[in-house]
Design a protein around this ligand. Structure first.
Ligand code: UDP
Length: 365
């Protein structure tokens, strides 16, 4: 019996790749197609040298949350009943991770949660609810930081189930970052000059659901007085079109890029502006300053270490000025990454193999 690794979105493919590599033959990747655009999925399996996954579900992508979790839960229960995995690994806070964890739990299959213990304490975020649900059913909690472990222990999770492994984004970033010659080629392709542009991403519902917020965010990018490159998530592109919002003249929109290209663009940028979770971690590996445009964050480590500032659109220019104050960008390049040492994937794989081997909970047919 194998270990099922459930993935559904771009960041899950990126962050679970090191775990899948460490599990080797023991892993079966089960892709829910929550992100069904090839530019958010297929290319990321290839970037991480992963084989094509099993795809037992169809039609869950692009639906509302209730239908998505419901369809994926039913589909994954059916799949796990026939494949009988010895353990199920999920990552983060997506609907796919929520459905994967619940499906495994109801069948008595041990659940391993990667990136456990994150909390924004903002119950308006669908991700926060997913994290709470997954935390309630997981058997092995793999925390990126000691702070994440403390949050779980404070909430009553048994200490023996909580492990500080680091976040596999660290090794995923190091592995995917192209060598300097290819980095330069990426910048040339995108017609940007190292140290003279801003890289931005926007995709969270809190920034894309209302025309006012999305317009204010784009306007704040317009105030940065530098060229801004904005690879557009399909959701954001659809919203910009629906709301009829035109970007300011210094903001150049492009298609989403693959992971090595994104990292090369981030490393070459003066500053990154983003509402992404994964990007908050990656900047600490790359040593770059980041303005996080959100209400709250479940990753205070990037802020506490000095890599990031959290703000609403009205504060973007001031946050940028603060992060780019003389001497600070150079200092960031030498600060340690708070998310681990680059061996998280191996530790998580060892924990998954251990719980799978323990076989204490038989799969109910
Ligand atoms: N990313 C990418 N290409 C892009 C934009 C982002 O490869 O055009 C990567 C980025 O490096 C990070 C991940 O996608 O590793 C973050 O995913 P996303 O922002 O969709 O999700 P979140 O991390 O917020 O859950």
């Amino acid at each position: 019996r194998r270990i099922a690794v459930v993935l559904g979105t771009r960041p899950e493919i990126i962050k679970l790749a090191p775990v899948v590599h460490a599990l080797g033959e023991a892993a079966e990747m089960v892709f829910t197609a929550q992100h069904y655009d090839p530019e958010l999925s297929d290319v990321f399996f290839r970037n991480a040298s992963l084989p094509p996954p099993t795809m037992p579900l169809s039609g869950a992508g692009g639906r509302d949350r209730a239908d998505q979790v419901g369809l994926m839960l039913t589909g994954l229960v059916t799949h796990f009943r026939s494949t009988r995995p010895a353990a199920v690994v999920v990552q983060g806070d997506t609907n796919s991770a929520n459905a994967g964890a619940q499906a495994a739990h109801y069948l008595g299959i041990p659940v391993v949660h990667v990136e456990a213990g994150l909390r924004s304490h903002d119950r308006a975020m669908p991700e926060e609810i997913n994290r709470l649900v997954i935390g309630a059913v997981a058997d092995v909690h793999c925390c990126a930081t000691a702070g994440n472990a403390d949050a779980l222990l404070a909430g009553g999770t048994p200490a023996g189930a909580v492990h500080v492994t680091g976040n596999p984004i660290v090794e995923a970033t190091r592995r995917a970052l192209p060598e300097p010659r290819l980095q330069a080629a990426v910048l040339e392709d995108f017609r940007v000059t190292a140290g003279e542009y801003v890289l931005a991403t926007v995709h969270r519902p809190e920034n894309t659901d209302s025309a006012e917020q999305l317009a204010a965010l784009l306007e704040s990018l317009g105030e940065l007085n530098r060229p801004v490159l904005l690879p557009l998530h399909p959701r954001t592109r659809a919203r910009l079109e629906a709301f009829g919002i035109e970007p300011p003249v210094n903001v150049r929109l492009c298609q989403p890029v693959d992971h090595p290209t994104f990292l090369a663009l981030a490393l070459g940028a003066t500053l990154v502006v983003s509402d992404s979770g994964g990007v908050q971690e990656e900047v600490t590996v790359l040593g770059k300053p980041l303005v996080v445009v959100r209400n709250s964050t479940e990753r205070p480590e990037s802020i506490d270490a000095g890599f990031a500032v959290l703000t609403q659109p009205a504060g973007v220019a001031a946050a940028a000025a603060h992060l780019l104050r003389p001497g600070w960008p150079a200092r960031l390049r030498s600060l340690p990454c708070p998310f681990g040492d680059g061996h998280a994937g191996e530790r998580i794989a060892a924990l998954a193999l251990a719980v799978a081997g323990a076989g204490t909970q038989p799969v109910t047919a």
